[in-house]
Design a protein around this ligand. Structure first.
Ligand code: GLC
Length: 440
């Protein structure tokens, strides 16, 4: 068997192992439920193996859609073993929550349009139309919700209210805000007397993954506190924004939104539908406002505080997602590629690190604070191709496959050594490996 066959088999086995019938869990034990953007990345790989199963992966997400249009980041399993997870969120407190399943009350980056289109690309036009027809109303409602609820001033960028909404859970720009401005007093007190070390002993997420590869306990407590506050406000955005909780126009989320909007327009066109004029206006605005996130001094994009419009100038892999967005000017795209080439920034031996290696925050195995993640690589490869950096795209594809071949389908990888980190047998690593093997 060739290297590529071996890798393909390994990746297929991981997806089969995590298959729960109508959806795929991200990883056994640590992530047992259905996650929103995970299922999108998973469907992108599954389409090469079994197109009907790939469709089902996305159709299963519709169970969780809220009546106001939101797709939650998690749909919980209903077994009694997971009562604690469901109770932590109590989605039933919101009048908009679905009746038959329990979910969280927050969303995740809008990868759905991409996954729908990637499946569509495998279908002949009549089947593609029926496929789009099935998903279009839900997708449209989701994009409308994103603007109505998350762009309350009509400025074009959408805001996020919890770091989990970015998908890059403990990414430095958000954690810097947390430590500087948002750490509740009770948590500061615990930190001061170092009691967090004792509390850390009781964490469930560190049973299978070492604690230094996850959130710090102080951060985990703070995120739990924020989640509890969202719950107390019944996930009502007007009440949430009245108080000083997180409200950040996140760079990775908005980059993915721009691409998703482009896909939504294509889907509508294929169906002969017109998007509502309000939505069209918002979409145009996002592409323009996105450029306000550019910082000419450091030649990078950053996330922004929703209220003050202050750029959160802490670098992370999100800066490279402008390539994936696909609407940034060519000269800015070139500047981003220079960062990718720089071995002291985003170009170590096993790219792309979630934080540049010369950053104060960089920890090679620190979850979203250093490791390379295959989903980020997939997005960046896609973006590089769109801007004509085909050699860079091919090199990143090869190094990504090499990393997975050596270390297995892990959740993330040490960018300096390529070693595995986080959960083993992680579904999106497997599915996107399949996609990278099957497409050039
Ligand atoms: C972690 C990741 C998030 C992912 C989830 C399930 O929380 O940070 O992006 O969706 O795990 O895999």
């Amino acid at each position: 068997m060739s290297h590529a066959d071996d890798l393909l088999k390994q990746a297929k086995d991981v997806l089969a192992m995590n298959d729960r019938g109508n959806y795929t869990q991200p990883a056994h034990g640590l992530y047992p439920h259905q996650w929103l953007w995970d299922s999108c990345f998973i469907a992108i790989g599954l389409r090469h193996l079994d197109i009907e199963r790939a469709k089902l992966e996305l159709v299963s997400l519709l169970r969780g859609q809220w009546h106001n249009g939101m797709f939650p980041n998690i749909i919980f399993r209903d077994d009694s073993a997971y009562r604690r997870d469901r109770n932590a969120w109590r989605s039933w407190l919101s009048p908009y929550a679905p009746d038959d399943v329990t979910t969280t009350g927050i969303t995740q980056p809008p990868m759905l349009a991409e996954a729908i289109v990637q499946i569509g690309a495998k279908l002949a036009l009549p089947e593609r139309r029926s496929w789009y027809r099935l998903l279009y109303p839900s997708l449209l409602a989701y994009h409308q919700w994103l603007y109505k609820e998350r762009d309350p001033h009509g400025e074009g960028l959408v805001l996020q209210i919890h770091p989990w909404e970015t998908g890059l859970d403990n990414t430095p720009p958000w954690m810097a805000e947390l430590h500087e401005h948002l750490l509740p007093l009770w948590i500061r007190a615990i930190q001061k007397i170092k009691f967090d070390r004792v509390i850390g002993l009781f964490r469930r997420d560190t049973h299978s993954v070492p604690i230094d590869q996850r959130f710090s306990t102080v951060e985990a407590m703070a995120l739990y506190d924020i989640q509890r506050r969202l719950r107390r406000k019944g996930y009502d955005i007007s009440k949430i924004l009245d108080h000083s909780l997180f409200s950040i126009e996140d760079l990775s989320f908005n980059s993915i939104l721009i691409r998703a909007n482009t896909h939504l327009r294509d889907i509508a066109k294929t169906l002969g539908e017109e998007l509502p004029p309000e939505l069209e206006k918002s979409i145009d605005k996002t592409e323009v406002s996105y450029e306000e996130l550019w910082d000419p001094y450091s030649s990078q994009y950053y996330s922004r505080d929703f209220v003050t419009h202050r750029l959160l100038k802490v670098p992370s892999v999100a800066t490279l997602l402008g390539l994936y967005a696909g609407t940034i000017p060519k000269d800015r795209a070139e500047k981003l590629v220079r960062l990718l080439e720089n071995e002291h920034a985003f170009g170590p031996a096993y790219p792309v690190p979630s934080v540049p290696t010369n950053s104060f925050w960089f920890k090679p195995k620190g979850y979203w604070q250093g490791p390379s993640w295959v989903n980020m690589n997939w997005l960046i490869i896609d973006g590089l191709k769109r801007y004509g950096f085909n050699d860079h795209a091919a090199a990143l594809r090869d190094s990504t496959l090499e990393m997975v071949r050596k270390a297995g389908c892990s959740e993330y990888f040490d960018p300096l050594t390529g070693q595995a980190a986080g959960a083993e047998n992680f579904s999106w690593t497997a599915s996107l490996t399949i996609d990278l093997l099957k497409t050039k």
